[in-house]
Design a protein around this ligand. Structure first.
Ligand code: SF4
Ligand code: SF4
Length: 420
């Protein structure tokens, strides 16, 4: 039922506040606007729609758009490279614009002006409390766009509806059903089996400094009481095994099963046992960069055999000591790799832990460069699981780096290990 609407002339303006640099398409705006416009037209109003683009993507919306045109709703396109506030004015009860399709300046009598505004994310702190990541535009981020679209990266938290991004009712209900069935899977079990890769605290080494608490991307570490006096508790059920806490602890008070410091250092030593100057020590994560190397193999892409891969669960497990050890042992180069991190977002499987890798890497790069390591011998590279070609290209590039280094070393014009 269309409520009584005053006046004869109704004008809609689409994309108000949407499709700016930081906010995307609201997705439901065009369909909802055209539905309302058609109802008003059928109620005998003179209805105009001022649009930037018409994006009626959901089922039967395109048909509704055509029907609105047939029944006399008039559509005018404002400058699609601008925003309505810049190209539409409202002097003396008439809307003025230049129609881009005809190039004609129009003045449209208007009794009721309807602004079709986009959806803004909630400004509340539940996301911060639950440690759920947000996307660039402020909506909550899913674990993976294809493999985990209804769940947050933190285990046991599910997403449904417009908390994730603007959706129509149909999409919201479909996602809510998916989220409910995922949650049901957990609730229907008496016990939940976890991977055995969870962090263990060595209590007698821990000085309760609390540095590991904010480092954990899943809120799995708690400091009860005051710094240095209280108690540190690792909640095993919430731990996903990224190893970030072990990387930041300066007291070796965190043990990561299967990825202990001793195990990783032993791998570095073994990788550099022979002709270390010709080797690239490559640290990979379990989810993107290591599968990227696998993908290169699956595609049978060849690259020189100078790389020695050491797999971690997350690039955030990396410690400065690992890089230092590699250079002490004479590595030609060290390459840190992980899931993609760009200005638009992160593919990290551990709730943006690779942002911490990025920050630490910048610090390490400056530090090792100051110590005499040539900048190109320590590099960072993001690689997704499907990017076999990109992986092979990076390996070729690093091969060049170590070949040049080995040559300079032989000629006596390059330094060896970092100055202390
Ligand atoms: S960073 Fe290490 S020493 Fe500090 S509280 Fe955490 S586990 Fe303990
Ligand atoms: S391993 Fe990762 S998820 Fe587990 S406690 Fe440490 S930082 Fe948190």
């Amino acid at each position: 039922m269309m409520p009584d609407v005053p006046g004869e002339h109704v004008t809609f303006i689409g994309c108000v506040g949407s499709r700016t640099d930081s906010i995307g398409c609201c997705r439901y705006g065009c369909t909802s606007m055209i539905g309302q416009a058609l109802k008003l037209r059928r109620a005998g109003k003179k209805v105009r729609v001022l649009y930037r683009d018409i994006r009626t993507f959901s089922r039967e919306s395109e048909e509704m758009y055509e029907q609105a045109l047939r029944e006399g709703v008039q559509f005018f396109r404002y400058d699609p490279d601008s925003t309505p506030d810049k190209v539409i004015t409202y002097p003396n009860g008439a809307v003025a614009l230049n129609d881009k399709l005809t190039g004609v300046d129009l003045s449209i009598p208007t009794d009721l002006l309807v602004l079709v505004v986009g959806l803004q994310p909630q400004e509340e702190n539940v996301a911060e409390q639950l440690r759920v990541s947000r996307s660039e535009d402020g909506f909550l981020l899913e674990r993976h766009p294809k493999l985990g679209p209804a769940e947050a990266p933190s285990p046991g938290i599910y997403l449904a509806g417009t908390v994730q991004y603007p959706k129509d009712v149909r999409e919201s209900i479909a996602q809510a059903l998916a989220a409910a069935s995922k949650a049901g899977l957990i609730l229907s079990r008496d016990t939940i089996e976890k991977e055995p890769i969870t962090a263990h605290l060595v209590e007698d080494k821990c000085i309760k400094c609390g540095i590991c608490v904010p480092a954990c991307p899943f809120g799995a570490i708690e400091l009860i009481g005051k710094v240095k006096e209280g108690q540190i508790v690792f909640h095993e059920a919430a731990c996903t095994g990224c190893g970030n806490c072990a990387a930041v602890c300066n007291y070796d008070a965190v043990i990561m099963p299967y990825f202990t410091k001793e195990q990783i250092l032993a791998q570095i030593d073994a990788a550099l046992a022979e002709k270390p100057e010709e080797k690239v020590v490559v640290f990979t994560c379990n989810w993107c960069s290591y599968p990227g190397a696998d993908q290169a193999g699956i595609e049978k892409i060849q690259y020189p055999p100078s790389s020695r891969i050491i797999k971690l669960m997350c690039s955030a497990r990396l410690e400065e000591e690992f890089i230092a050890r590699a250079f002490e042992k004479g590595a030609g180069a060290v390459l840190v790799t992980g899931c993609r991190l760009t200005e638009k977002g992160s593919d990290c499987h551990y709730n943006y832990a690779n942002q911490q890798t990025f920050k630490r890497f910048q610090f390490w790069h400056r530090k090792f460069t100051r110590q005499g390591i040539e900048p190109e011998r320590l590099q960072l590279h993001w690689n997704s699981a499907s990017e076999g070609k990109e992986w092979a290209a990076k390996m070729r590039e690093m091969h060049e780096v170590v070949q040049n280094y080995a040559k300079k070393l032989a000629e006596g014009v390059a330094s060896g290990e970092p100055a202390s």
